[in-house]
Design a protein around this ligand. Structure first.
Ligand code: BEZ
Length: 389
C-alpha cells in the first residue's frame, strides 16, 4: 500500500537531487595511511589552497572534494575508486600517489570514461602504452624526472653508477630510465638493489654492498618514511664523504627534510619543483601556504595546487558543466599557466604534463639547509612511448 506522502517524499527526493546537482563532486583517492600518507596530505592541502585562491564555486556550483584512503594498496585504491563513481557519483577523479595503485585504477576509469587527474603517480604506462583520453597527469612520468639524470651524471664525470630503489613499478621504471641514459652516454651500472616498498626497515645490508663495490656514485629512489630512514643510515654508515649520493629528488623533499636534518646535505637530485625556485609565482605560493600551514610547501603540495587550479580553470571554460566529459577534457587541454614550478600545460598527445626539470644540490646555506638549483632542463616533454589516443 502506498501512503499519501509517497509522492511528496519522492518530490523531496527530486528537490534533494536537483539541490545535489548544484555541487561539482571531485573524488580524491590518495594515501592517508601507510608509507606515503604524508604525500597524500600535502597534495590535499595544495588542492584546497588552489580552490581558495582560484575559486571553489563555478557558475553557482560549489566544488567539493570527497576523499578516500588508498592505503598505498592497488586493490584498495581500485575499490575506493569504484565507490566514488558508483555510490558518490563523482564528476571527476583525482589520484593516486603510487604507480602500482595507478596501474590498478587505469582500466576501470578508462572503461567508465571518468576523467582521472593524476597528481603524483609517475607510472610511465599511463601516459604511454596504456594511455587513455580519460587519464591526465599533472605531476610527472617516471621517465620525465629520471631520464635527464643519466646523461647529466655522465657529463659531470661519473663513469660507474649503483642503482637502488623501492621494489615496485615506480622504482623499477625510474631505474630503467637512469640506466638507459647513463649507459647510452657511455657509463656502466655496477650494481642494483630493490628493497621492498612496505617492509624495509633497515638499509644496512644494502649499504654494505654499495660500500664494497664503491661506485663513482649511488643513484636512488625512495620517498615517504623510506626516504627519511635511507638518508639517515647513509650518513650513519659514513658513506657521505666517500660515495656521492644522487637520485630522484623526492629523497630530500621539504616533507622529509625536518627529520633528515644535516644528513641530507650533499645529495644531488632531479625534480619538477624545489622551494627555492626564484620566481614571483613561487614566492607568493610559498607565502600563502606557509601563512596557512606554518611550513614549507613541497613538490607534492605544488602538484595538488596545480591540479586544483587546472580543474577550476577548465570548469570555468565549461561553465561548471561536467556531464560532457569530452568537453571537460578538451577544456583541460586548453589550460596553460605559469605556476610555482614554472610553465605548465598538458600535452594532448599523451595527457602528460610538459614542464621544466630542476637539478639541485642540498647545501647548508647559513643556518638553513636548502635545495640549491644547479641546472634546469626546460620544457621536458615525454615522447608518445606507444600512446595512441
Ligand atoms: C610513484 O609511485 O609513482 C611515486 C611515489 C612517490 C614519489 C614519486 C613517485
Amino acid at each position: 500500500m502506498r501512503h499519501w506522502w509517497y509522492g511528496w517524499i519522492v518530490g523531496l527526493g527530486l528537490v534533494a537531487t536537483s539541490h545535489a546537482e548544484e555541487v561539482i563532486k571531485v573524488g580524491v583517492v590518495l594515501p592517508f595511511s601507510g608509507v606515503y600518507a604524508s604525500l597524500g596530505g600535502d597534495i590535499t592541502d595544495g588542492m584546497q589552497l588552489a580552490l581558495e585562491i582560484y575559486g571553489s564555486e563555478i557558475a553557482g556550483k560549489k566544488i567539493i572534494l570527497i576523499t578516500e584512503d588508498s592505503e598505498v594498496k592497488p586493490s584498495v585504491g581500485l575499490t575506493k575508486t569504484k565507490k566514488l563513481v558508483f555510490q558518490d557519483k563523482v564528476d571527476l577523479l583525482v589520484g593516486p600517489v603510487a604507480s602500482n595503485v595507478a596501474g590498478a585504477m587505469r582500466d576501470f576509469v578508462h572503461t567508465a570514461k571518468i576523467p582521472l587527474i593524476i597528481p603524483n603517480a609517475g607510472n610511465n604506462l599511463l601516459t604511454g602504452e596504456k594511455c587513455s583520453p580519460w587519464v591526465i597527469r599533472t605531476s610527472f612520468s617516471n621517465n620525465q624526472i629520471n631520464g635527464v639524470m643519466g646523461p647529466w651524471l655522465y657529463a659531470q664525470g661519473y663513469r660507474t653508477l649503483y642503482l637502488m630503489a623501492a621494489d615496485y613499478a615506480a622504482g623499477r621504471q625510474m631505474m630503467d630510465a637512469v640506466r638507459r641514459g647513463f649507459i647510452g652516454a657511455g657509463g656502466e651500472i655496477v650494481g642494483e638493489e630493490y628493497p621492498p616498498l612496505r617492509e624495509t626497515k633497515d638499509f644496512a645490508p644494502y649499504l654494505a654492498k654499495v660500500k664494497a663495490i664503491h661506485p663513482d656514485a649511488l643513484y636512488v629512489f625512495f620517498a615517504g618514511g623510506l626516504a627519511i630512514q635511507f638518508v639517515k643510515q647513509y650518513h650513519a654508515f659514513g658513506l657521505k664523504g666517500e660515495i656521492p649520493l644522487t637520485g630522484a629528488g623526492w629523497l630530500t623533499s621539504p616533507l622529509f627534510l625536518p627529520a633528515q636534518g644535516a644528513a641530507a646535505v650533499g645529495f644531488t637530485g632531479a625534480l619538477n619543483y624545489v622551494p627555492s625556485i626564484d620566481s614571483d609565482e613561487n614566492r607568493s605560493f610559498q607565502a600563502a601556504f606557509s601563512e596557512k600551514h606554518q611550513r614549507t610547501a613541497s613538490e607534492f603540495t605544488v602538484q595538488g595546487f596545480d591540479t586544483g587550479r587546472l580543474i577550476v580553470e577548465a570548469l570555468k571554460v565549461t561553465g561548471g558543466e561536467t556531464d560532457d566529459k569530452s568537453a571537460l577534457v578538451d577544456a583541460i587541454h586548453g589550460v596553460r599557466f605559469t605556476g610555482p614550478r614554472g610553465p605548465f600545460r598538458i600535452d594532448p598527445a599523451t595527457n602528460n604534463v610538459i614542464q621544466d626539470i630542476y637539478i639541485f644540490q642540498m647545501r647548508q646555506v647559513g643556518y638553513n639547509i636548502r635545495h640549491v638549483v644547479i641546472d634546469k632542463i626546460e620544457n621536458v616533454q615525454d615522447p608518445p612511448n606507444g600512446c595512441k589516443m
